[in-house]
Design a protein around this ligand. Sequence first.
Ligand SMILES: [Zn+2]
Length: 86
Amino acid sequence: MNACPENIIQLMNHHLDGDTSPSEEQQLKEYLESCEDCREQYQALSKTVAFIQSVSHIQAPPNFVQTTMERLPKEKQRAGVQRWLR
Ligand SMILES: [Zn+2]
């Protein structure tokens, strides 16, 4: 099992904030093609961002993506607990 590098996570955040250079976007794109975990995480993130933008004309707060990232593992944990309780 390979851990996803911190800088790729940062690149995802910057990309969704519209704050990446073309070379960084290339790096992110190549990495997403090689790592399924990162691809899933990126897709989940971009869906969340798109959803928020579609239901609200208020712009997402600057640290919105960061907050979402921090929330993801906890939701996975909760899903695991629910599975045990059934
Ligand atoms: Zn990865």
